[in-house]
Design a protein. Structure first.
Length: 349
């Protein structure tokens, strides 16, 4: 039995074909039409229809590079099922190097949207009805917000069995069992019972090679688990058993001031350990920022100028915290010494 054709916006992609289709969403004030570019890789043989999308937050660009590399992999020539790749969902934000839409709305709070609502709601609605609803699985690629950095991690609702399987298959050491955020693509996918994971890695408006390489590897790991691409032959890749965090907490600034962070992303910290110091420009009135519990630093602010109440360090708790730390170190050294994940063989430094 052959694969089914995929039809989008009046264009049909037949089994064995690959096409880039523009999904028209709106127009600029200039009346220039604006569209979301979508690449559909339709395999000859049947299988899942996997959505991989990035830049729902327009300034989160690591995922755009993950998808560029993914689409160059030769293994896609033998794909089972269909890959629907959307490197830039929030085209408005991407052009303006901004997380938001022109009306300052966050597209990832506008799902599932409606035909009559705000611009964000309309784009979300179009995306759901034309793309998401026709996929069987979804991976949404994100980074931390501007001036923040995330350790590569998967966010998932572990109670959804198939989503949990995708999260484990992705193969980064840290999984956060995260509540569904209202209005997010992940929430809408979950409501449609489409298994979905979010990959969070790196910082907005920056490329980070480790985050990108782990992203490409993670997406292909999931495709392998879903039977879309063949299992690798030859030297078996080392399997990492991801640690699922028991919970996580943001440590906030007690006072306004200038932060001197003393722990790196990925560091293992003990309860009460100093994470940083907030002081005044004259060096008086230093206030220590300490860890509320033991764990791994999975998110961090990069801009040292902080206001009271601002989230500074994101600490995830684990049963086996040493194990999670060791796996992350090994994985990072493996991908940094191995350029095979960039088909152009030019890893970004
Ligand atoms: Zn995001």
């Amino acid at each position: 039995m052959p694969n089914k054709a995929f039809e989008l916006n009046g264009t049909t992609v037949y089994p064995g074909e690959r096409q880039t289709i523009d999904l028209q969403v709106a127009q600029l004030y200039t009346h220039t039409p604006l569209s979301i570019p979508v690449q559909v890789v339709c395999g000859k043989r049947p299988g899942p229809t996997l959505l991989v999308c990035a830049a729902i937050h327009g300034d989160e660009i690591n995922g755009v590079e993950v998808i560029r590399r993914l689409l160059k992999l030769k293994t896609l020539n033998r794909i089972r099922g269909t890959l629907v790749a959307v490197p830039i969902v929030n085209v408005f934000g991407f052009i303006h190097r901004s997380r938001y839409l022109p009306d300052r709305r966050d597209l990832n709070r506008c799902f599932p949207g409606s035909q009559e609502g705000t611009l964000g709601g309309r784009i979300a609605n179009l995306f759901v009805s034309n793309i998401l609803e026709r996929c069987t699985h979804a991976i949404d690629l994100h980074t931390a917000a501007v001036h923040r950095d995330n350790l590569p991690q998967i966010r998932v609702r572990m109670q959804h069995e198939e989503s949990a399987e995708m999260a484990r298959a992705f193969g980064v050491p840290v999984i956060l069992n995260a509540e569904l955020r209202e209005g997010s693509l992940r929430e809408t996918a979950d409501k449609h019972d489409i298994p979905v994971i979010t990959y969070e890695a790196g910082e907005a408006l920056r490329f980070n090679e480790v985050s990108i390489a782990l992203g490409v590897r993670g997406v292909t790991n999931v495709m392998r688990q879903l039977g879309m691409i063949p299992v690798k032959t030859g030297r078996p890749e080392r399997k990492f058993k991801p640690a699922v965090a028991k919970g996580s907490r943001w440590v906030r600034a007690e006072i306004d001031g200038i932060l001197r962070p003393v722990v790196q992303l990925g560091a293992r910290v003990e309860q009460g350990e100093t994470l940083g110091v907030i002081g005044s420009p004259f060096g008086t009135q230093d206030v220590l920022v300490t860890a509320p519990h033991h764990g791994i630093v999975v998110g961090r602010v990069n801009l040292p100028l902080v206001n009271e109440g601002e989230a500074l360090f994101h600490i995830a708790r684990f049963d086996k915290v040493g194990e999670a730390e060791r796996q992350m170190e090994e994985l990072v050294s493996e991908v940094t010494s191995n350029a095979e994940l960039d088909p152009d063989n030019l890893p970004i430094v």
